[in-house]
Design a protein around this ligand. Sequence first.
Ligand SMILES: O=P(O)(O)OC[C@H]1O[C@@H](O)[C@H](O)[C@@H](O)[C@@H]1O
Length: 333
Amino acid sequence: MSMGHCSEQRTGFEVTKDWNGADQFAIRSPRGASVRAEKNFSRSDSSVGLSAQVCLHGGQVVSWRNHRGEELLFSSSKAIFKPPRATRGGIPICFPQFGNCGTLEQHGFARNKIWTIDDEAPPLNYGDNNSNKASVDLLLKPSEDDLKCWPHCFELRLRVSLSMDGDLSLISRVRNVNGKPFSFAFAYHTYLSVSDISEVRIEGLETLDYLDNLSQRERFTEQGDAITFESEVDRVYVGCPGVIAVLDHGKKRTFIVRKEGLPDIVVWNPWEKKSKTMADFGDDEYKQMLCVDAAAVERAITLKPGEEWTGKLELSAVASTNCSDHLDRPGRL
Ligand SMILES: O=P(O)(O)OC[C@H]1O[C@@H](O)[C@H](O)[C@@H](O)[C@@H]1O
């Protein structure tokens, strides 16, 4: 049975079974923060309090809970849990393609594959302090079938960490182990759970250019003070700052989205009409979700043989919608 990489900060790890009988890998940190990897997603009752769950199917984070045990990521009540299909919710990984911009399946194949626990994850050559975090390392390598449709040998590593404050971080590394350069797109397709989409606004994307997927990717410039929602939105904001805020006035909560190595932010809500055409969306559930994806979409990332790319997403949930709080990193929910 596969055991995960275990650093000295961790007090223990366990392999259990979920209610489908699939392997589930859990690590617990000294103050009880836990990150759990499951082979298949299940609606298991995740431990109350600070926690995150990661599926080996898709390398997908499917749950992130604050100290009160409140779920911070959206999952559809009609999500379909049958691999190879990605489940609707959490944080699917889009790689090596985003959307339908290429010859591969929508959003690439990574979200539909079974990843493995990475027993020997190389150290991050990157200023990430992993102390006081619970983390799990996952790995995806291409199968023979993957190589037939995307003939590039790669290693895609994902470290999912939960800090004692409850911040969730995802660090991905793509290494070219191929003889030739290759290019790819990448996105953390992050389904945030919100009270009601009409109560939500995004700050930090004002005045930026975006490609509107609802208008054949035509380029526009954002005019408003902040982004609010009254209809379907599907946009790629390009060249974004490293931190933006998603304010949920209904829940009096702010998500702080920090990113590195990922220049774009994709904002998506299908709204009522489109969500009704999607079998894995519950009635009116579009109101309870907002996808805010840290991404490299507008321009592909190119790696020469032996090169590695790193992209990081860090999410914090703050119990306030007072703008001035964002930068001060106040106490988490
Ligand atoms: O239904 P999927 O494949 O998970 O994609 C959902 C949406 O994902 C978004 O990120 C895209 O911008 C949308 O165009 C897409 O519809």
